[in-house]
Design a protein around this ligand. Structure first.
Ligand code: ATP
Ligand code: MG
Length: 184
């Protein structure tokens, strides 16, 4: 299983000031009163992995992830999330497999869309999405379970359930690549 080491959010949703969380091995719980930002943290993980749907980020457009102002704090124009993961077992795809630590960042500038970097080098959204698919994480993977999802899995059609098994086996990234190759 891949280990996330650090998550840093700046100007992302309610995390207006730069906030860094260090994530230890084992189980991590996030507790706090309603509205304190627990779901925003999980969404930050999904976002840095390449989420493309503003709706799944509970927004109308992707710019809504940028801190929108509150009280006397003005809105920001940039949001950034940086995720550091442990790649000591070299599970990442070949193009990113040069180091024991991988730092993946996504930044959005208001009105200008997102840019991604892996270890400081610009990367395509597709490459970042595949990177996480290959390690069986990713914005749409079973690693992130939202409310109602367990019931949906129990009632799923066999083909949908097969895709869960394929993800567990770590071959989802291969399927995506084959699909893209067939479209070309
Ligand atoms: P609950 O326990 O009710 O599930 P939670 O801890 O999961 O709460 P979140 O949903 O993560 O809370 O956070 C909601 C808060 O984040 C709200 O106060 C909302 O105003 C704030 N928020 C969301 N997006 C933005 C944004 N773009 N700018 C500023 N604040 C935001
Ligand atoms: Mg919540």
């Amino acid at each position: 299983m891949v280990q996330f080491n650090k998550l840093r959010l700046t100007g992302f949703k309610s995390f207006v000031e730069s906030t860094e969380l260090s994530i230890q091995a084992g189980m991590t719980g996030i507790v706090g009163p309603n509205g304190c930002g627990k779901s925003n943290l999980v969404e930050a993980l999904r976002w840095v992995m390449g989420e493309t749907s503003a709706k799944r980020m509970r927004g109308g457009e992707m710019d809504d992830v940028i801190f929108g102002g509150s009280g006397n704090r003005p809105a920001r124009n940039v949001a950034e999330v940086v995720l550091t993961l442990d790649n000591a077992d070299r599970r990442a795809s070949a193009q990113f497999n040069e180091s024991d630590d991988l730092e993946i960042s996504r930044r959005i500038d208001r009105g200008e869309g997102s840019t991604y970097k892996v270890n400081g080098k610009e990367a395509r959204a597709r490459d970042v999405q595949l990177l996480f698919q290959d390690i069986s994480a990713g914005a749409h993977s079973t690693a992130l379970v939202s409310q109602g999802r367990v019931g949906a899995i129990v009632n799923a059609k066999p083909t949908d359930r097969r895709s869960l098994l394929e993800e567990a086996a770590g071959i989802t990234g291969l399927h995506t690549r084959r699909h893209e190759a067939e479209l070309r």
